[in-house]
Every structure is written in C-alpha cells, then in structure tokens.
Design a protein. Sequence first.
Length: 175
Amino acid sequence: MEKSYKEILPQIDTLIFDVDGVLTNGIVTVFPDGQLVRQMNIKDGYALKAAVKAGLRVCIISGGKNEGVRTRLANLGITDIYLGAHNKTIQFEELVTKYNLNPENVMYMGDDIPDYPVMAKVGLPCSPNDGVREIQQVAKYISDKKGGEGCARDIIEQILRVQHKWDDNFDAKYD
C-alpha cells in the first residue's frame, strides 16, 4: 500500500521548488523595455529561510532566467538555484549526484508540464491548488493554496512541524 503524504513528511531532507506558478502566481508584468517582473509571497520567503535555517536542503529549478529571482532567493540563504532549466531532470540528477540524495527523501513542488518528469522521480511530489491537471494527478499532496499565495509555506511548515523544527521564534526575517 502506498504511503500517504503525511507518512512521508518525516523523511524529507530536500525541498525543490519551481518558481513561476509556485513561488509566484505565474503572472508576469511586461514593461515597455521587455523586462519581466514577478511577485513573490513574503510568507513563502519566511518559510524558505526557516527551512534553510532548520538544516533542510532547499533548491530551485526554474525555466525562467530572471536574475532578480536569483538575488531574492539567494538572500533567503538558498544556494542551489538553477535558472533557465528547460529539462529539469538534468538539474535534478545533478543535485542527486552532488549531495548523494535519496529521491524518496525529496519533496518537489511544481505546477506545470515541465515539472512532471522530476515529480515522477521524487518521494513527495506536490502541487499548488491551481497546478495543471497532469501535475495534480502525479502529486501526492495538493496544497489548498495557489501558486504565489502561500503554497510553499504550506508544505514547508508541515514538514518542519512534523520534524519538530518549526519554531515561531525563528530569526528568519521577512526581507
């Protein structure tokens, strides 16, 4: 019998997130000069920083190439940030090799078709509430939050609470 997502939470040691549609709402504002601007949820940021502080490996694999996104995530303490990833399996396999990861101990949250191949390889594939049908079908957990509206915070907080690493007095700042 397949484990429920709650039974998997205690073994998770690595968190991987897509950006557009997960850490953002998937909408970009296009300025006249062609610059694309995204919005990120501050509560997701707090949780990402808390996960890093708690000792979980936090990684980003995104098809987008916005360096502002890299700066924001690096400021939260995330060091493994892959942008411009069109075949996300390549970066996933690189992470598995680099850190000798057991894919069963990896959570991946994605929202669209490019995330599917990696989600099929991890122990805890997750989707925001507004992920596409194919992604929700492979997900073991679907957040009640939409992309960019706290879905990352939702799954991170659940993992940290089960692992007794969530503390309301974290020094993580909302920056």
